[in-house]
Design a protein around this ligand. Structure first.
Ligand SMILES: *[C@@H]1O[C@H](CO)[C@@H](O)[C@H](O)[C@H]1NC(C)=O
Ligand SMILES: *[C@@H]1O[C@H](CO)[C@@H](O)[C@H](O)[C@H]1NC(C)=O
Length: 167
């Protein structure tokens, strides 16, 4: 009796040790995966651009988002959360970040995509700073692993500018 309990405990401890070692190896081996994600976002159209009654600028645009994030996937990847944001500077803030679109990529087979969409979330400035504003579009991703720590990175696309006039 006594020795059976002892042995079961030893087996359980051994199993937990193996599991911990495998988890460590899994997250460690991820570091050797040299990912080469690509992304491109084009503004196909400015649908409208106006000042709201409350004085805040808002713009609606149609985007062509294409990306190949398949290299982010390893056997340790559960899913990847991805979002596209407009980033710009104003006198008040060094970085204003407005999320325009997001999605969850559940598997490597879905990691290469082309999406033609109007901005899913409203592009509103807290003020009237958007006329002729230079901005960047960034694609951010958060890799949710099966085990180990989450990893985030982004691709910055520069050189976008909003119209000089409301329309
Ligand atoms: C969207 O972007 C992709 C990749 O850059 C390109 O092949 C496609 O022609 C674009 N679509 C439109 C409607 O511009
Ligand atoms: C756009 O990104 C570049 C490179 O990261 C950065 O130097 C620049 O300040 C950014 N521009 C804006 C308007 O945020």
């Amino acid at each position: 009796m006594h020795s059976f309990g002892h042995r079961a405990n030893a087996v359980a401890t051994f199993a937990v040790t193996i599991l911990a070692a495998m988890c460590f190896a899994a997250s460690f081996s991820d570091n050797f995966n040299s990912a080469t994600p690509t992304a491109s976002v084009k503004i196909l159209n400015i649908n409208w651009f106006q000042k709201e009654a409350n004085g805040n600028d808002e713009v609606s645009m149609t985007l062509n988002i294409s990306a190949d994030l398949s290299s982010l996937f390893t056997w340790n990847t559960k899913q990847v959360f991805v979002f596209v944001a407009a980033e710009y500077e104003t006198a008040q803030n060094a970085l204003n970040q407005v999320s325009l679109w997001d999605g969850i990529i559940p598997a490597k087979e879905h990691a290469k995509f082309l999406i033609h969409t109007t901005n899913k979330y409203r592009f509103i400035d807290q003020g009237s700073n958007l006329k002729g504003k230079d901005f960047n579009l960034t694609m951010h991703w958060h890799i949710m692993p099966k085990t180990g720590k989450m990893f985030a990175d982004k691709i910055v696309m520069t050189g976008y500018r909003l119209p000089e006039q409301y329309r």
